[in-house]
Design a protein around this ligand. Structure first.
Ligand code: SAJ
Length: 432
């Protein structure tokens, strides 16, 4: 332990980061900026090649910093897990999606673990960052290490440290977002806290891996449930013919005991729609039904359908049927000002409209093209002509670099699911 602690303190430790996506690459850059030699490991040879030529592919990473770190030899990447042999501390940042049956898919954690194990040399600090169900680190990592003769807390140290990346957030980044770390033993927590604390502004140690895993799930379940609640508020306000955005604005004037969330076309991203279901799945093994999580998921999953109905009703009041109408979707990304379309509700809205016979196209300044069942669609230019030719424009991501006054001026009908047209008064606008 002391040898590893010394290598962390004097920055001579060789750091490995497995998974070089929106979590792993920013983390690898922070370790390299902090003075460590960092080897990124990823299965995607294209990503590895881009990093090794100093080319960036993650919006939140500073391209000039990445290029410099690679040039200085501080940061490199490989697809070869044998690099683990010279690694002292390794952080695993691989995806944890849902399977087709809606259960946790921990296959990426398993394959990363199995690829690392044969090359591990004691002492080594192993930190899992991927969001997963409580108990995962103890169940999936510890037994395999012990089977290979390692003694956790003596010659191998294991911790869980949830990633808290908010893609596109201009204020919070990997370095200044507090980092929770929970180890299997006190020495595991101490080493993980020393490592992350050497490059990140704030570290929050907790007593166990499970506490750290649960903290992450509380954070994201909190969001999912509150978004579900406000989506239901939007549905109720529609019945009451009340503007939900005005209601939220008014409620937000309460200086205590309230935190605004906003309705939308549904939950996107690969965290909020998914992470809470890892917890409800785990609770089923205790024969416990996590009712809030399941109800929020039900409401949030119903929103794309609600938007399709809103579009159909809006066209109908203008004596147009969805069938045969031209609909332009504004924003395929799952939230504003990012280029990520994973789990974006826009795809379900698109599918629902096509099923009703609409001809659908999209414009998204951050997303040049999308893959659909029927092939690939390219973002259409947002011109007067394109707007005027559409029977309905549906705003699904409120990107800041779109001129919504221009949209309303030239469109015939606008269904706004994000209140992007706030402050614009027009009979053409139908709001969620
Ligand atoms: N959304 C709403 N209404 C809201 C807030 C969000 O409909 O009031 C929607 C968004 O449009 C999006 C989805 O929910 O489709 C998720 O939004 P998000 O802002 O939570 O975005 P993520 O998933 O990229 O990032 C979140 C982090 N976001 C914030 O804390 C603001 C954070 O919860 C986690 O660090 C991260 O997921 C993660 O990796 O777990």
């Amino acid at each position: 332990m002391t040898n590893l602690l010394r290598k962390i303190e004097d920055r001579s430790a060789h750091i490995g980061v497995v998974g070089l996506g929106y979590v792993g690459l920013p983390l690898a850059v922070e370790f390299a900026r902090g003075g460590y030699k960092v080897t990124g490991i990823d299965l995607d040879a294209k990503k590895v090649a881009m990093i090794n030529r100093g080319a960036n592919y993650i919006q939140d990473v500073d391209s000039a910093v990445l290029k410099r770190l690679v040039k200085e030899g501080r940061l490199s990447a490989t697809t070869d897990f044998s690099a683990v042999r010279t690694i002292d501390c390794i952080s695993v940042c691989v995806p944890t999606p849902l399977s087709k049956t809606g259960d946790p898919d921990i296959s990426f954690i398993i394959s990363a673990r199995d690829a690392i194990l044969p090359h591990m040399k004691a002492p080594l600090l192993f930190v899992l960052e991927s969001t997963t169900y409580p108990g995962s680190t103890n169940e999936l990592i510890i037994p395999l290490l012990e089977e290979r003769g390692f003694t956790v807390g003596t010659n191998v140290f294991v911790a869980f440290s949830p990633e808290r990346v908010d893609p596109g957030n201009p204020r919070y980044n990997t370095k200044n977002t507090p980092k929770v770390v929970g180890g299997v033993t006190k020495s595991c927590t101490k080493l993980a806290a020393a490592l992350y604390g050497s490059v990140l502004d704030t570290v929050i140690p907790v007593s166990s891996c499970t506490a750290a895993e649960m903290a992450k799930l509380l954070e994201n379940t909190f969001r999912s449930i509150n978004i579900g609640m406000v989506n239901e508020m939007a549905i109720m306000c529609k019945y009451l013919d009340v503007d939900v955005w005005e209601v939220i604005r008014a409620a937000s004037s309460k200086p205590f005991g309230f935190m605004p969330f906003y309705p939308g076309p549904g939950l996107g991203g690969h965290c909020i729609p998914i992470d809470p279901l890892y917890l409800s799945w785990k609770m089923k093994t205790f024969d416990y039904k996590a009712r809030f999580i399941e109800l929020a998921d039900e409401v949030n999953s119903s929103m794309p359908g609600h938007v399709v109905t809103l579009v159909a009703d809006a066209l109908n009041t203008r004596r147009r049927s969805v069938n045969g109408s031209k609909v332009l979707l504004l924003g395929m990304a799952y939230k504003k000002n990012i280029d990520d379309v994973r789990e974006s509700p826009a795809f379900e809205v698109w599918e629902g409209l096509v099923k009703r016979g609409a001809k659908v196209a999209f414009h998204d300044p951050f997303v040049p093209r999308v893959r659909l069942d029927g092939g690939v669609a390219a973002s259409k230019p947002l011109t007067k002509k394109a707007l005027a030719a559409s029977d309905c424009v549906v705003i699904l991501a409120d990107h800041s670099n779109v001129d919504y006054r221009f949209v309303v001026k030239h469109a015939r009908l606008v269904v706004d699911t994000r209140n992007a047209c706030k402050g614009i008064r027009s009979a053409k606008i139908v709001r969620l």
